[in-house]
Design a protein around this ligand. Structure first.
Ligand SMILES: Cc1cc2nc3c(=O)[nH]c(=O)nc-3n(C[C@H](O)[C@H](O)[C@H](O)COP(=O)(O)OP(=O)(O)OC[C@H]3O[C@@H](n4cnc5c(N)ncnc54)[C@H](O)[C@@H]3O)c2cc1C
Length: 418
């Protein structure tokens, strides 16, 4: 397809960046129920809505849109559920990476509170959705323990707890003595809150896709979209093998391989590392009910999976290619193990999974979601940050509303800069 001024990009520029998405496989890769049946060739070259990407963003989007009447097709250049969603540690948090009092300074208190409320409501509705659909993915509601660190000390954590309470978001401030007595952790302060969750992200994604398939979704893989061009109220998408797909709406749920025209200094791709390891002795009694993270840079986060492994991650580095270095994989994951052991006072067996991946972050911690500027009927989801899964849920609600003629009251918080 030739680009013109209405078209997607200059002729010499690819539509999306093709990336390596992981070094080593995550602990979810060998779990059951992570595959979905799919067409190997396009069953049709037209559809009502084309969803590009079969990760958690595409899955939640398709689940929301498929009502048995709409003609929705999902394509992926990889096997379904084999992108970044397979690497996620799946701490499904309402707490946004950028604390509420910091976000309030950046975008105003009213908008910051709306973003936090929306995030809390998204976690609640995702837990309910999984329950309603009966998806077996170890979804479990959890509390969070947010520990003070070198980025936020006890005073800032106190400010954070107060603004969350003012917003009506559950948060209890614990000083050093209370953090020690309730959790056995020696830190100057912490915040405990409800309304988060965890799951097996691959089973969650596959379960959502299967649910959408039962309501008409067609999944096709491998299909790589290489160009997109709005034509007369429809969108023509070119594929790498020279075919065309014509859709009324196109939604890029393409993860960290996002549309090049959406590149912006407001977001960046970094590298991150994660492990899954069995504890050598009993973990603290409270740990299975909590997600733990800290206000430090580099930071550590951890949780338990239902197979009693400790899942932990962090050690983020700004270099987007650092994850691809096997020496760094060994060193960073060893450091994560040491930090976990030090924090919870339990020795771990050598990790049964160690993996590394690119990871996205934004200046506000908020995702970019909505209509792609300059491309009519083309929408995109960039659910960056440690809340990627929560943001994917919000994205499904916002984009589905836009496509079905509704208006989401929070769409302004997340839209792409013009
Ligand atoms: C190590 C790690 C830990 C994380 N931990 C958490 C966490 O604890 N909690 C949390 O909420 N989030 C976490 N995240 C973030 C979260 O996992 C991501 O936000 C989420 O998985 C992104 O989902 P996605 O569907 O947008 O992308 P993906 O899962 O990558 O899916 C996108 C799909 O689009 C396909 N695609 C791309 N371009 C094209 C094209 N041109 N044509 C066809 N197909 C295409 C890709 O092949 C891919 O399968 C973590 C991420 C990493 C890497």
């Amino acid at each position: 397809m030739k680009s013109d001024r209405r078209g997607s990009h200059d002729a010499d520029e690819a539509l999306v960046e093709k990336k390596k998405l992981h070094e080593n496989t995550s602990c979810w890769a060998k779990t059951p129920r992570i595959s979905v049946r799919h067409f190997r060739n396009l069953p049709s070259q037209t559809c009502g809505i084309l969803v590009i990407g079969s990760g958690i963003s595409g899955a939640l989007m398709a689940e929301r849109l498929c009502d048995g009447k709409r003609d929705v097709m999902m394509v992926d250049r990889r096997e379904p559920v084999r992108g970044s969603s397979l690497d996620s540690t799946a701490m499904i948090q309402h707490e946004i990476d950028v604390p509420l009092h910091v976000l309030a300074r950046k975008i105003g208190e009213d908008k910051a509170m709306r973003a936090w409320w929306r995030s809390r409501d998204a976690v609640r509705s995702l837990v309910d959705l999984v329950d309603d659909l009966g998806i077996v993915c170890s979804m479990r509601a959890k509390n969070t323990l947010y520990l003070s660190g070198d980025e936020l000390g006890p005073r800032s954590l106190g400010t954070e707890a107060r603004i969350r309470q003012k917003a009506g978001i559950d948060a209890s401030f614990l000083d050093r003595a209370a953090t020690q007595s309730e959790f056995g952790i020696d830190r100057p302060a912490s915040i405990v809150s409800k309304d988060s969750a965890s799951a097996n992200p691959a089973q969650l994604t596959a379960g959502l896709i299967r649910g959408a398939q039962s309501r008409g979704l067609r999944v096709v893989s491998p299909v790589e979209i290489t160009d997109v061009l709005p034509v007369d109220g429809r969108v023509a998408c070119a594929t790498a093998d020279g075919q065309l797909i014509i859709a009324r709406h196109v939604i890029f749920c393409s993860g960290y391989e996002f549309l090049k025209r959406l590149q912006s200094p407001r977001h960046s791709i970094i590298s991150t590392w994660a492990i899954a390891a069995k504890p050598r002795s009993a973990v603290p009694e409270w740990l299975p009910d909590f997600l733990v993270w800290e206000a430090s840079d580099p930071y550590l986060y951890l949780r338990m999976a239902t197979d009693v492994s400790v899942i932990a991650g962090g050690e983020d580095e700004e270099d987007p290619h650092a994850f691809d270095d096997p020496a760094k994989l060994a060193a960073r994951t060893d450091r994560i193990v040491a930090k976990v052991e030090d924090l919870i006072g339990v020795k771990l067996y050598p990790p049964h999974s160690r993996w590394a991946a690119p990871f996205g972050s934004t200046d506000t911690g908020l995702p970019f979601i909505g209509a792609v500027p300059g491309l009519e009927n083309v929408h995109a989801v960039m659910g960056f940050g440690g809340n990627g899964i929560t943001f994917s849920r919000i994205a499904a609600e916002i984009v589905a509303a836009a496509i079905t003629g509704g208006k989401d009251p929070d769409a302004d918080l997340f839209r792409f800069p013009a």
